[in-house]
Write a protein that binds this ligand. Structure first.
Ligand SMILES: Cc1cc2nc3c(=O)[nH]c(=O)nc-3n(C[C@H](O)[C@H](O)[C@H](O)COP(=O)(O)OP(=O)(O)OC[C@H]3O[C@@H](n4cnc5c(N)ncnc54)[C@H](O)[C@@H]3O)c2cc1C
Length: 253
């Protein structure tokens, strides 16, 4: 049964930052990392930016491997028993710890259609799959008009592909640049959308539904989960009982 002074669940950028932070204050404490992906931690931003402009794949790796960390990759932490300081992964391995960090990040919202035909762009494997698809296809549809959707669309267009984007807002990046008051979006010149309270008790709005539904839609991440929001602002995403799946929070217990 592996025991670690510090056990990190999640091999993303938060997990990597935690490793470097720990090493600044503790050179010798043992660190174990459980990561569902087969890769050690890597930087995600280049997946939709630099790699499409010629940056080498090697540029995505932070220096995690020289920090004296034992990585358990391709494993999903499945069960946490805080009272016994114990985590069990999907292969039945039990880990014990002195301190635990849950750095399980987020997963993209899944659409109710398309199944595996749709590539949900988030990981290094997704980047490599899209690269392979780019060799075969001429026309691409990108669903989502936020940072990642618009960056991926630009990357494909830069590579000579025809791209159609689909998103429910009035313009690219509307959820982020809401205050600029794009037509139909919340903003200071559009008080009913900026403050749903003013829209009337049973007011209907774009996209249909009641005021409460519209308020939920207007919160990032509040759209498809229907889950309960934590006090830290996180939303559990598709969380089977006992399955460790955070919503972007990382905290040592
Ligand atoms: C393509 C792309 C481009 C981006 N560009 C930018 C940018 O330019 N600027 C910016 O600020 N941000 C950007 N972001 C967002 C940024 O990358 C994320 O905020 C950051 O990666 C979050 O890191 P994280 O480690 O908290 O979570 P995640 O990246 O979600 O990593 C969590 C990891 O934990 C693993 N995991 C989950 N559950 C378990 C479990 N039970 N057991 C084991 N492992 C588990 C997951 O597989 C995943 O590897 C971008 C994101 C993407 C996808």
């Amino acid at each position: 049964m592996p025991h670690y002074t510090y056990l990190i669940v999640g091999g993303g950028m938060t997990g990597d930052a935690a490793i470097h932070g720990i090493r600044e204050v503790d050179r010798n404490g043992s660190i174990g990392l459980i990561g569902a992906e087969l890769h050690p931690p890597y930087n995600r931003p280049p997946l939709s930016k630099g790699l499409w402009k010629g940056d080498p794949l090697e540029s995505i790796w932070p220096q995690t491997d020289n920090q004296g960390v034992t990585c358990h990759l391709g494993r999903t932490a499945w069960h946490l028993e805080p009272q016994h300081k114990r985590v069990t992964d999907d292969q039945g391995t039990v880990y014990t710890f002195d301190k635990l960090l849950l750095a399980t990040g987020v997963t993209p919202q899944r659409l109710p259609f398309g199944g595996e035909e749709i590539l949900y762009f988030r990981t290094l494997d997704d980047y490599q799959r899209l690269l392979a698809l780019m060799e075969q296809g001429r026309r691409f549809a990108v669903i989502g008009g936020g940072f990642i959707g618009s960056e991926v669309a630009a990357a494909l267009a830069m590579n000579g592909k025809k791209v159609v984007m689909a998103f429910p807002e009035a313009g690219i990046g509307s959820r982020v640049f809401r205050h600029r008051n794009a037509p139909g979006q919340a903003g200071p010149e559009n008080p009913q959308r900026a403050n749903p309270e003013r829209a009337g008790r049973h007011g209907r709005r774009r996209g249909g539904g009641t005021r409460r539904e519209a308020q939920r839609r207007s919160r990032p991440g509040g759209w498809a989960h229907g889950g309960q929001r934590h006090s830290c602002g996180c939303v559990p995403v598709h969380q089977p009982p006992g399955h460790i799946r955070g919503g972007g929070c990382g905290q040592f217990s």
